[in-house]
Design a protein around this ligand. Sequence first.
Ligand code: HMG
Ligand code: MG
Length: 299
Amino acid sequence: MAFPKKVRLVEVGPRDGLQNEPNPIDTATKLALIDRLGAAGIGYIEAASFVSPKWVPQMADHREVMTGLTRRQGVTYAALTPNLKGLEAALACGVEEVAVFGAASEAFSQKNINCSVAESLERFAPVLERAKAANVRVRGYVSCVLGCPYEGEISPAKVAEVSKALFEMGCYEVSLGDTIGVGTPLAAKRMVEAVSRDIPMEKLAAHFHDTYGQALANLYAVLEEGISVVDSSVAGLGGCPYAKGASGNVASEDVVYLLNGLGIETGIDLNKLAETGTWITQTIGRPNRSKVGVALAAK
Ligand code: HMG
Ligand code: MG
């Protein structure tokens, strides 16, 4: 299969990138980050997470973020909603799109959302119904698609099964999460091949963390398969609170640089994006994990 002509970037920095930060980050910083990302031409920003503040304290200001952001035309501002409680709160803030998150691993599902995979799917069904009634689109995540911190190897068949369930339930897109960044290119290809037997390729997204430094290589491999939606985080911020040691998502700047080199359109201004990466990492006192960001800043 040929490379896609265009790729849509889903910027998860404000959510996945910040959710694991131990020190409080004020709402104004989150709002400034979201605004800068929009100004750089990002068309989809996962801005907040309506989860329990006891589980993920950093996302406790979800309401303030969702209602405080300045909406730009052409930008979708989305939020995670694991259950009806989260969805209702998000709807009350005028969210236009939400995401539910399941896993291909039983153990991870228990640690992350306190229920089995089957129970999670039962919980998501009314979330999808309610969202549909409110005209809100729902994205579905599957975690641990290339390995689990508790169970180790995960079979592509299990990933395909959970992905199919989310898609059939009404998720318009399924994002395949290498939560702990353990995948390698051939495994990523095989996993995507298995999932795409049941779900059209254009309905799938790659969500790769970079713990083992393989995320860009894995992305290249699945772009070749026809994946055209990529989740990434500015400056490679992040880590999952329920996946110890996992590092951030693949850096958005690195993805845009790779896509530019392949002649694939994104509509994103790489310099502005890199400046945003430099700014946020300096503001929260984190190293910039985007090689492209560091190289551009040194120019
Ligand atoms: P639970 O404890 O099983 O839920 O948590 P519960 O229904 O029994 O409620 C317990 C308490 O939580 C109650 O409060 C509820 O009101 C409250 P209490 O009476 O004790 O004061 N509660 C909520 N509060 C706010 N918002 C809500 C909500 N729901 C219940 N929506 C729950 C279940 C899912 C809520 C919990 O396990 C949770 O919040 N987990 C958070 C998991 C999380 O955010 N993980 C990180 C995001 S996923 C990720 O990063 C992976 C991804 O990036 C893809 C990849 O990389 O693979 C997406
Ligand atoms: Mg993630």
